[in-house]
Design a protein around this ligand. Structure first.
Ligand SMILES: Nc1ncnc2c1ncn2[C@@H]1O[C@H](COP(=O)(O)OP(=O)(O)OP(=O)(O)O)[C@@H](O)[C@H]1O
Length: 722
């Protein structure tokens, strides 16, 4: 049996780590909001200035929606009232407040959480932004100019912390057999003997999608057969979600009830969209503002209003609406008071009926889908599910996964993910608190997470060992931990990838996936010249990988100052790096590609540094509006026909920083379908192999040296020089 983990200490450690992370997140946002003027925040895309309310209406779920547009007073007559470019997105948590006057000091601390109204961005249009307000009876600011500012999102932390507190409080007798397995206190049930044996009933599964490849079929069989835990390991482009859809359909055939989650709304919506054609009775829980329009028909909010059971609720809603309008017609104070009392009673009854209706709908659904966070809503408390499935599990904090696992009754878990791509972003890794936590656990004699993992495997005979307090960072995902705890027998890896030309695939396959990846026939030879529109044949369009080497010191990196930089998923303050000359090379490559017909929409440029992203954006966006620019971290999960990676680092000290993280390099290099171009300094990123591989080659332009270039990069990924 693997090393036992003490569940209560595990939860206590998680609580410490979550506290540190929340502090790091809050102080970063507060520092930004309090130390910058509204104009600077607006320039950084974090705020929109000079707004007024153009409309107020009732939205889904009876919530108030305010529509904000530019103050007509500042729009020149005859000109369009488009809101200047900003970084506010659907789903962001924002405050709408009276705009500070010009005399407000730059250093004035603004306690944003307590002022104005808060809500979630519902829609972003050119000329307006719609916000669904959180509270029902809040006073919407009116009259003067308003501004809208993005706030830190601490709601998810609160739920994770509640979950970990509940876990901590459980006593030994509360632990379910499933929980014991997850913490190594119980053994995994043995699988039926050889799943591939034709005499095994699982071998005869009738596939809904006969095009599944062998590794996908094996993963589905394994996940169906496993009793407690199954991990589906899906390297880039190997059809992880595709496989999960088949798994869901197979489990439904067995009359099982499923809760399907993902860390982000998009990960969950992706599954809803792909399940919809199979006519699966499902419900998507979640704030309508955050769901894709195509998914709304399956959302609880809409079903509550359109299903048969909802008719009862509709009656009462109409009665309430009638009463509301009669208030305005009534002058008599006594009558008005009576109407208010009636309304109060009606609202109470409405809520009760709605709750009943919602409960019926959810209980009647064989598949419920929600984000990990959303699964912790009151609707699901204590409901029974046979299997909890989590997609993109390597992108979720372990505490996040425990939200559904503790909230509902479930005895089996399937996680799909790739622990060799980037884990969730952790801000507190270098914070004082995190260091203190690490020190604390060292004092207690814990080993770093990898060691304790290795221990977990190594001590297989130590059945009677007492549970130990775990040592971990927030970066250790449940996927990582289970793999380390129970070993590779709990996972199946998908091996055929449907994204990349085989040359692009070789580096990640050899370095991270034990050379097991295979390129599907349909993609293995795909080049830019074969795009379905006219592209001229050139050295670039007939080559899957190109490396521009900038060694020689003429392309130095630059440290950024403390200004707010724009880019990637969010904004960050300074301490970033850029490389102007390298950006110029990127531009040249983009112009080479577009010059021979490749559409800008089919090209993405990714870089690990926000400062470089800002620079590239300034150089490319206007000339190539369709091009996509992103941070490596922000581009995880995406793909493009051609991807240019700008490595940035070029220094005499051979410091590679961010690039030393092999999972980041893996993500960067596995985004393209047909063409990967890496721009970087071979001297900085690979000093030891440099003399061997690059000496005979003229500086710059190593076209055709695909393999050495990649070997060089993989070398960097192993040396991990931070
Ligand atoms: N067996 C298959 N036959 C043909 N195409 C497939 C097969 N499996 C997956 N694909 C295709 O491969 C692509 C990637 O699939 P999917 O989106 O499920 O992958 P993923 O592993 O979830 O992606 P990611 O790289 O984001 O992890 C999709 O276009 C899908 O249609």
């Amino acid at each position: 049996m693997p090393k036992q983990i003490d569940i209560s200490s595990f939860a206590a450690t998680q609580l410490n780590l979550l506290d540190a992370e929340l502090q790091a997140e809050l102080s970063e946002t507060n520092a930004l909001l309090s130390s910058h003027t509204p104009t600077a925040l607006s320039r950084a895309g974090l705020a929109i200035l000079n707004l007024t309310i153009s409309a107020i209406r009732t939205g889904l779920g009876g919530k108030t929606v305010v529509e904000l547009g530019l103050d007509p007073a500042i729009v020149t007559k005859g000109e369009k009232a488009d809101i200047p470019e900003h970084g506010i997105r659907v789903g962001d948590i924002v405050a709408v407040q009276d705009q500070p006057t010009g005399s407000a000091k730059k250093s004035e601390k603004r306690d944003l959480a307590k002022k104005g109204v808060e809500g979630v961005v519902l829609r972003v249009k050119r000329e307006s932004v719609e916000v669904v307000l959180d509270k029902e009876d809040t006073d919407v600011p009116s009259g003067g100019k308003l501004w809208l500012v993005k706030l830190a999102n601490d709601i998810t932390y609160k739920r994770m912390k509640q979950t970990m507190s509940s876990l901590q409080k459980l006593s030994d007798s509360d632990y379910t057999p499933f929980m014991r397995v997850v913490f190594g206190q119980g053994s995994l049930s043995p699988l039926p003997s050889n799943l591939n044996d034709p005499s095994n009933p699982l071998h005869k599964l009738e596939w809904n999608d006969p095009s599944l490849n062998d590794s996908q079929k094996e993963a589905v069989r394994f996940a169906v057969a496993s009793r407690e835990i199954a991990l589906i390991h899906g390297p880039p482009g190997t059809g992880k979600t595709h496989t999960l859809i088949e798994l869901i359909l197979q489990l439904l055939k067995q009359k099982l009830r499923l809760l399907v989650c993902g860390p982000s709304n998009i990960s969950v919506d992706n599954i809803v969209e792909r399940l919809a054609p199979h006519k699966v009775p499902m419900i998507r829980l979640g704030h309508p503002a955050r769901l894709l329009p195509s998914v709304l028909n399956h959302s609880l909010d809409v079903l509550t209003r359109t299903s048969e059971a909802a008719a009862l609720v509709q009656d009462i809603r109409k009665e309430m609406d009638d009463k509301q309008s009669s208030i305005r017609k009534t002058r008599n104070a006594k009558e008005r008071r009576q109407i208010y009392t009636d309304l109060k009673d009606l609202r109470k009854e409405y809520r009760e009926r709605e709750r009943g209706c919602v409960d019926n709908l959810i209980r009647g659904s064989k598949v419920v889908l929600a984000t990990l966070h959303g699964a912790g809503g009151f609707h699901l408390k204590g409901q029974e599910f046979d299997v909890v499935i989590v997609d993109e599990a390597s992108q979720a904090l372990e505490a996040q996964c425990w939200v559904p696992l503790l909230w509902v009754k479930a005895s089996k878990l399937v996680l799909a993910g790739d622990h060799l791509q980037l884990p969730p972003t952790i801000k507190s890794l270098n914070s004082k608190e995190a260091k203190a936590t690490k020190k604390e656990s060292k004092k207690k004699g814990d080993k770093p997470s990898q060691d304790s993992n290795a221990q977990a495997n190594g001590d297989a005979n130590d059945d009677k060992a007492k549970p130990v307090a775990p040592s971990m960072t927030l970066e250790t995902t449940l996927f990582d931990r289970l793999l380390a705890l129970h070993g590779p027998s709990i996972k199946r890896m998908l091996t055929t990838q449907y994204r990349m030309h085989e040359k692009i695939m070789q580096f990640p396959s050899a370095q991270l996936y034990e050379s097991k990846l295979i390129a599907a026939e349909t993609v293995k030879h795909r080049l830019l010249r074969d795009l379905p529109y006219k592209v001229d044949e050139t050295d670039d369009t007939r080559e899957a990988i190109v490396f521009w080497d900038t060694q020689g010191g003429d392309f130095p990196e630059k440290n950024e100052d403390d200004e707010i930089k724009k880019g990637g998923k969010g904004m960050s303050l300074g301490d970033s790096k850029s490389n102007e000359a390298e950006a110029a090379l990127v531009k040249l490559h983009v112009s080479n590609l577009t010059g021979v017909g490749v559409k800008a929409e089919d090209i993405a440029v990714v870089t690990p540094y926000n400062a470089q992203l800002a620079l590239l954006s300034a150089m490319l966006k206007e000339a190539y509006p369709g091009i996509e620019l992103g941070s490596v971290d922000g581009f995880q999960g995406r793909e493009k026909e051609a991807v240019i990676v700008s490595l940035v680092r070029s220094n005499a000290e051979h410091e590679v920083g961010f690039l030393g993280e092999k999972r980041r390099l893996n993500v960067a290099m596995t985004r393209p379908r047909r063409h990967l171009c890496v721009v970087g300094d071979s001297d900085t990123v690979g000093r030891y192999v440099h003399t061997v591989l690059f000496c005979p080659v003229p500086r710059m332009w190593l076209r055709g040296l695909q393999t050495p270039a990649l070997t060089l990069l993989c070398y960097v990924s192993q040396t991990s020089i931070h």
